[in-house]
Ligand binder design. Structure first.
Ligand code: SF4
Ligand code: SF4
Length: 416
């Protein structure tokens, strides 16, 4: 069968991916370092957005975060941004001047899960504190003001920081049943609100699966016509930080990159920052050795499950999902879905609920494996060069699943 020919497999698994180039050479990093130094010196010469802002050191000590813990976080963030360790002092300085960047955060059609995930940990992490230190001028869930007062905060922030603020949007935007989301004393719909605020923003950051690609509200039959922010906004740069919820490390990473360089991070074709979405879950999964060895969980609770075998046959979509959760994890880095025995449901990919979610095997998901022009061909061009047993494993199982799916469809059609 042609599928199993080595040259065929090699070509198939060297299709473009969105892998980030982690070593761009000394000249590139020297230039970036200089640019970041100039940017930070300029930010230091600026006043904090709020006059009464406290110094960063005082702020850390208020929360009992030691300098040592802060520098551990700085190392982690530098590595997350895929910068060399020589950038650590600059990343530390960038954290200290984050209160020079105004932020407006709005919620449209969603469950508020991204905000909740940020504020519900047992003890505040440095990421949460950094977000707190940042000048968030408007955030409906967190702010004390309500009603007219809140609206006034928003209007003042837009007027004062015109052209300078980062607009964070959480939630999908209904475009078919536009009035499914309406807010304010002088009511405006989600589309109107996002477009009005995006017009004067420096950049728009879509936080979470819903704001990025429509998320759960966009699941079939999508009664409200939910879409992501990039589908309704034009003329201003948009960054997507998908996942359900978005990982705080990635949210802070995008802000850090902006503070440090004055520009947005490199994005893939789905507008996701490559530093966070440059690898598949599968590339760094702790169960990967079992995949390579052909050891799979075949049924919930079986011996394979007890031995932490690979969850691919239980519907894990890790091989098709780009995200860094297998590295940074969730809940202060303690664990993540695959760590607790659940497959990845592809929450950082478009249409995840209809195509990837739950235990649906590949055949029932309408995901085309990389072999036949599937997910990997939608992202940018840096090829994988090594043909591994993994590739053969995925390809073979995906094709067998697809064939099984076809057979089932034919059988059920006949029965009808
Ligand atoms: S298929 Fe899923 S569980 Fe298995 S190695 Fe890949 S990401 Fe991990
Ligand atoms: S493991 Fe998969 S489903 Fe879970 S958070 Fe990461 S991308 Fe989303």
């Amino acid at each position: 069968m042609e599928f199993f020919r080595r040259d065929f497999l090699r070509e198939m698994f060297t299709k473009p991916t969105n892998l980030i180039n982690t070593n761009r050479g000394k000249e590139y990093y020297d230039q970036l370092y200089k640019k970041a130094e100039e940017r930070l010196n300029w930010l230091k010469s600026q006043k904090p957005v709020r006059e009464d802002d406290i110094k960063f050191d005082e702020y850390l000590s208020m929360w009992d975060i030691s300098r040592r813990d802060f520098f551990k976080w700085v190392s982690m963030m530098t590595a997350t941004l895929m910068l060399p360790p020589s950038f650590e002092p600059l990343v530390a300085q960038a954290a200290e001047v984050m209160n020079r960047v105004p932020v407006i955060w709005i919620n449209i059609q969603d469950c508020d899960g991204n905000t909740e995930a940020l504020i519900r940990s047992s003890a505040p992490t440095v990421d949460e504190l950094i977000l707190d230190y940042l000048s968030i001028e408007y955030q409906e869930t967190l702010m004390a003001a309500a009603g007219d007062q809140a609206e006034k905060c928003l209007e003042d922030a837009v007027k004062t920081f015109k052209g300078q603020y980062l607009l964070f949007v959480e939630g999908s935007i209904p475009v078919k049943m536009e009035y499914a989301f309406t807010t304010g004393r002088h009511p405006e719909t989600g589309v109107q609100r996002v477009r009005r605020l995006a017009k004067d923003a420096k950049a728009v950051i879509a936080v979470g699966a819903c704001a990025s690609f429509g998320g759960v509200p966009a699941a079939y039959p999508n009664p409200t016509g939910a879409v992501g922010v990039m589908d309704v906004v034009s003329g201003v740069p948009v960054v997507n930080i998908p996942a359900c919820p978005a990982n705080p490390v990635n949210i802070v990473g995008v802000i850090m990159h902006y503070v440090l360089t004055g520009s947005l991070p490199e994005l893939d074709s789905l507008k996701r920052p490559k530093f966070a979405f440059g690898y598949r879950i599968h590339d760094n999964c702790e169960r990967r050795a079992h995949f390579d060895a052909g050891e799979f969980v075949e049924e919930w609770g079986d011996e394979g499950a007890k031995n932490n075998f690979c969850l691919y046959k239980m519907g894990c979509k890790g091989p098709f999902t780009f995200n860094n959760c297998s590295i940074v994890r969730y809940n202060d880095g303690t664990n993540w879905p695959i760590g607790v025995g659940r497959g990845c449901i592809g929450c950082s990919e478009p249409d995840f609920w209809d195509k990837y979610a739950t235990e649906r095997p590949v055949a029932a998901s309408d995901i085309r494996p990389p072999a036949i022009g599937g997910v990997e061909s939608t992202v940018d061009k840096v090829g994988l060069t090594i043909l591994t047993a993994t590739a053969i494993g995925i390809g073979a199982h995906a094709v067998m699943s697809a064939l099984a799916g076809k057979k089932e469809t034919i059988t059920s059609n006949k029965e009808e």
